[in-house]
Design a protein around this ligand. Structure first.
Ligand code: FES
Length: 115
């Protein structure tokens, strides 16, 4: 069986075989998701938001333990979320470098308006 994943806000998609993780699908789609643990559910860096989990395999214990307290936030670990079939939409977190630059620019604009 085949699954399709779309990564937002980039609007990039990939078709993959059933059993593929969201992280593997991201790589196929050319989408970078930061990892430090190589997909072993220990670095917590691959968090993504997935609203509809109906096309994903049930969450395993290691992912459930890692995401304790985030159950209501639609958060999944891309390295552990396994695609079954159908179409899944994945919301990527904001790029931390771009967010830092945006904060710095806003600070400078606020300082400039004081002069
Ligand atoms: S890649 Fe490290 S927790 Fe997913």
């Amino acid at each position: 069986m085949e699954a399709e994943v779309t990564f937002l806000p980039l609007a990039r998609s990939a078709k993959v075989r059933s059993g593929t993780t969201v992280l593997q699908a991201a790589r196929k789609a050319g989408v970078a998701i930061a990892t430090r643990c190589g997909g072993n559910a220990s670095c917590f860096m691959c968090k993504v938001q997935i609203e509809d989990w109906s096309n994903l395999a049930p969450m395993k214990d290691n992912e459930r333990r890692k995401l304790a307290g985030l159950e209501q936030s639609n958060t999944r670990l891309a390295c552990q979320a396994v695609l079954k079939q159908g179409h899944t939409v994945v919301q990527l977190p904001p790029d931390p470098f771009r967010a830092a630059i945006a904060r710095q620019l806003q600070r400078q604009q606020e300082e400039d308006t004081l002069w």
